[in-house]
Ligand binder design. Structure first.
Ligand SMILES: C[S@@+](CC[C@H](N)C(=O)[O-])C[C@H]1O[C@@H](n2cnc3c(N)ncnc32)[C@H](O)[C@@H]1O
Length: 237
């Protein structure tokens, strides 16, 4: 495995500077650090790639193969973009490949153009690093965390975007992971939650996650205020 250096990350960050998406720089760093630890014989799987912002960070950080699952179908595209984006989705699909090409990782990423629930057969073996950032509604988010999470190998990493921020993602996360003894909560960078697939002591694990609820409440209030036009500002990620 190559040695990580901050300048490597700096060039990855520069490579995604013009790519649309909702991943913050600090979250890109967390993705980078997690992917950096994946050996070449491991496997990285991303659910929800959009135009490739997170995909490029992952692929630049590791020599392991990266599988990017995204139907580019015009649903669950981004915050408040649940349905009706078919035209934009085709543009997203083209932009995704153009962005991978420009960042020099086109040949290192295998795109699976399917809904995540229909993509299991297209991915073989265990997953060292799973990044969940697909549909944010409760049902699909739950299925991603449960069914794809089950494929994360022991001591592997599960990262979830929009945790303790999106209601659907948060409810799915709490339902499946709050009392889990198999996934240890390892903290968050903004709304990017990190879990390690390892035996977790129940009480500390529960308390660590419950301690995030005030931040979740703050995000909900912020979003309500933005939607009600009581406040301008950045949608929280
Ligand atoms: C928030 S964006 C992902 C952002 C991306 N990770 C980035 O860093 O720019 C959500 C993406 O999930 C995709 N998506 C929606 N439903 C999906 C599903 N069931 N399975 C996989 N991807 C899905 C959408 O097409 C969209 O591109």
């Amino acid at each position: 495995m190559e040695t990580a250096t901050s300048s490597d990350f700096g060039s990855a960050l520069a490579a995604v500077g013009d790519i649309d998406g909702w991943l913050t720089d600090a979250q890109a760093r967390r993705l980078w650090d997690a992917a950096r630890g994946v050996p070449p014989e491991g496997q990285v799987v991303e659910i929800g790639s959009y135009r490739g912002r997170s995909t490029v960070v992952l692929a630049r950080a590791t020599r392991a193969p990266v599988v990017a699952i995204d139907p580019h179908a015009g649903n669950d595209r981004g915050p408040q973009e649940i349905e009706g984006y078919a035209a934009e989705a085709e543009t997203d699909h083209e932009a995704f490949f153009a962005n991978l090409e420009r960042a020099g990782v086109r040949d290192r990423v295998r795109h699976v153009r399917r809904f995540s629930s229909e993509a299991h057969g297209a991915v073989e073996g265990e997953i060292e690093l799973l990044y969940v950032d697909g549909a944010h509604r409760y049902g699909p988010a739950r299925d991603d965390i449960r069914d794809w999470g089950a494929r994360v190998k022991p001591h592997g990493t599960l990262l979830i975007h929009d945790g303790f921020s999106s209601v659907g993602v948060t409810l799915a996360t709490l339902r499946l992971l709050l009392f889990s003894r198999n996934f240890r909560y390892a903290g968050r960078t903004g709304s990017l939650l990190a879990y390690r697939r390892e035996r977790a002591a129940l009480l500390p694990n529960v308390l660590r996650q419950l301690a995030e609820l005030p931040w979740f409440a703050r995000n909900l209030l912020l979003k309500l205020a933005i939607v009600a036009r009581l406040r301008k500002g950045e949608w929280p990620y």
